[in-house]
Design a protein around this ligand. Structure first.
Ligand code: HSE
Length: 402
């Protein structure tokens, strides 16, 4: 009997306990062992739950029990998840988590400790919820020259942008709707400011490049500045606006960004709607592979966690192990990025824009002038925008094109 503990009996922890129960025969057949949830750590009691008798409030009960081989950390946040994870690994227990914050902040350290202790640290559920993407990504990265990994990594913002695109709604109204449906938190900052997606692209990038960038070196923009008129103008040229996490390998370094992008509607990412996520892997010889599915929710997230648990029971350190090191020196800035950018300015005319930019594509000139720049380095585009500012131009929107 393989005995495990779950830290946190919220949506995810509860989903894991249920899934293990429901699938116990299939898991036993695949893992060659029966799994039992022996403890659930939570501050609260759950007298009405079928798992109520497993609840403990003291972590030392779990860490001190030699029967526990594996801990599922489903608490979220960096602390005490960090301390509990180090404690578990040092006690010779494998750890599986869905907690992207702690993986993005400390994943390199956990992997090193796991290797030293001969146990496993897996986190399939930390990116893309139920999409089984991390294990194939590690595999693919070995036999391909990967140029980029990118994707729609946050379901909440994708729901909001989908609502703005399909119903012509504004940001505030769409956010309220997402909150009413339970997709967005009461304090939605981590989602709408791009913080959640920056943790996820840090993890994806680390798996592909072997280099974990600190999230403060990831250029991060959210979607709070996206206006109804920006979405409508993008739609008028056959495009959608999506919040993308991107990690590119270029110029001897790694450039990771989270920002809204204008995407042509024939790109598969443009068709990812609602709370769904998608991850694209681009390189040679794979070309472009896309993974698509539900990015959150009790069932999908539990499915990814239990998948990791089963891998560890079955293969231990023989299971696919992620490997990366913290590498702030690899981070590239956006200055050398080359591309086209959509701008909207008040206070200047289309004639001003045409004088300063070389063949801009003017989209509208009705109170504010909206245009798409020619393809240039961002630092050079900044110089041209400075000239618009000198003419009295006030920037209302800036969105990159994919
Ligand atoms: N808030 C996250 C999202 C949950 O909206 O994608 C899953 O990580």
């Amino acid at each position: 009997m393989y005995k495990i503990a779950i830290l946190g009996f919220g949506v995810v922890g509860g989903g894991v306990a249920r899934l293990i129960d429901e699938n116990k025969n299939e898991i036993a057949a695949f893992a060659n062992d029966q799994v039992e949830v022996k403890y659930i750590l939570d501050l609260r009691d759950f007298p009405d739950s079928p798992y109520g008798d497993k609840v403990v409030h003291d972590y030392s009960v779990i860490i001190g029990d030699p029967e526990i081989s594996l801990i599922v950390e489903a608490m979220g946040g960096s602390h005490p998840a960090y301390e509990y994870t180090v404690g578990a690994l040092r006690a010779g227990k494998s750890v599986v988590t869905s907690n992207k914050e702690v993986v993005a902040n400390y994943g390199d350290e956990f992997l090193r400790i796991a290797e030293e202790e001969g146990v496993c640290y897996l986190f399939e559920a930390s990116v893309g919820g139920g999409i089984p993407v991390l294990a194939p990504l590690i595999n693919c990265a070995k036999q391909n020259k990967i140029r980029e990994v990118r994707g729609i990594l946050n379901g909440t913002t994708n729901y909001i942008l989908t609502k703005m695109y399909t119903l012509g709604a504004g940001f505030d109204e769409s956010l309220r709707d997402a909150q009413n449906k339970g997709y967005a938190e009461k304090n939605p900052d981590a989602d709408v400011l791009g913080i959640d997606a920056s943790r996820k692209i840090a993890i994806l990038g680390a798996l592909v490049t072997g280099k974990l960038l600190p999230t403060e070196l990831i250029h991060t923009e959210g979607i709070t500045g996206i206006r109804r008129e920006d979405v409508q103008r993008a739609a008028s040229i056959g495009c959608a606006i999506k919040l993308l996490g991107r990690c590119r390998i270029a110029d001897g370094g790694v450039r990771a960004t989270v920002a809204p992008y204008i995407i042509a509607s024939d790109e598969p990412l443009a068709g990812v709607m609602g709370v769904y996520n998608a991850v694209e892997l681009i390189g040679d010889p794979i070309e472009c592979a896309m993974f698509y599915g539900p990015g959150a929710g009790a069932g999908p997230t539990a499915s990814a966690i239990v998948g990791d648990v089963v891998q560890i029971i079955r293969a231990g350190r023989g299971a696919i192990q992620p490997a990366f090191e913290r590498s702030p020196e690899s981070a590239l800035t956006m200055d050398s990025e080359v591309g086209r950018i959509y701008y909207a300015y008040e206070g200047v005319s289309a004639a001003d824009v045409e004088r300063i930019f070389d063949e801009p594509c003017i989209l509208s000139d009705d109170g504010e002038v909206a245009f798409i720049s020619p393809e240039m380095k961002e630092i050079e585009l900044e110089g041209l925008c400075e000239k618009l500012r000198e003419l009295g131009g006030v920037l209302k929107s800036k969105i990159r094109l994919l």
